[in-house]
Design a protein around this ligand. Sequence first.
Ligand code: CAA
Length: 246
Amino acid sequence: MTRIAVVTGGTGGIGTAICSALCQQGRRVVATFLAGEEASAIAWQQQMKTQSFAVDVYPVDITSFTSCQQLIERITADIGAVDILINNAGITRDGTLKKMPVENWLAVINTDLNGVFNMTRQVFDGMLTRGWGRVVNISSVNGQKGQFGQTNYSAAKAGVHGFTMAAAQEGARKGVTVNTISPGYIGTEMTLAMAEEVRQQIIAQIPVGHMGKPEDIARTVAFLCDEAAGFITGADFSINGGLHMG
Ligand code: CAA
């Protein structure tokens, strides 16, 4: 039986590595992309095909409950029921609290926290009914420790793990696991958006001496989605090069 996996933000930096890892694990993988970015999503799909990864791509706005509902209805009709959900899509709008516009607060909460509810709510009941499911929420080291300039992002990402722990309890007796991965600084477009000077200051604080790679995260996602990983639930996996030790 081929399990169907949906990866939000699947065409992004960490998302691409997650899609590749799940394909290698034998899953049927669907990557979502931000509605309106169709051309680059198709180009990404072609690129994945050259590496023998057949990934379906679907648009969604994860800040909209209705958009998520329509997405899952389409995937269910076109391919089948969703067994694995990776809530990976996220944004940053960094800035100190004293200057943060309410729009930047709401954009991050709506995407990084409400997006996790909007997506998981569509698939969770089906997973419980079928007696098997895997949900992996991508949070952040900055949700665990807080970060100067990220009150919005730290709040949303801390909230994600609260969601994980509660949903894990609801899924536990029905074969559905829910876990969090908290990446540290990974070399993607998101970390490149920081000023070079700030980036260098952060790298200097990472005990291993460099940023992580998307594959460092993807490997653990695949591990948690394994058939044999059913005893691991409600956990938060820190993958941060030693930046924060809980
Ligand atoms: N700790 C304490 N004080 C700090 C500081 C820090 N880390 N960084 C800056 N400051 C101080 C400055 O010295 C300055 O002090 P004075 O006012 O006394 O001179 C003051 O804060 C500057 O405040 P501003 O509001 O003017 O800040 P800014 O506009 O210069 O920069 C910022 C704010 C854009 C948020 C910048 O600090 C920044 O980029 N920080 C990094 C945020 C970060 O880590 N983002 C991660 C993105 S990647 C990601 O999120 C992925 C993941 O999951 C890890």
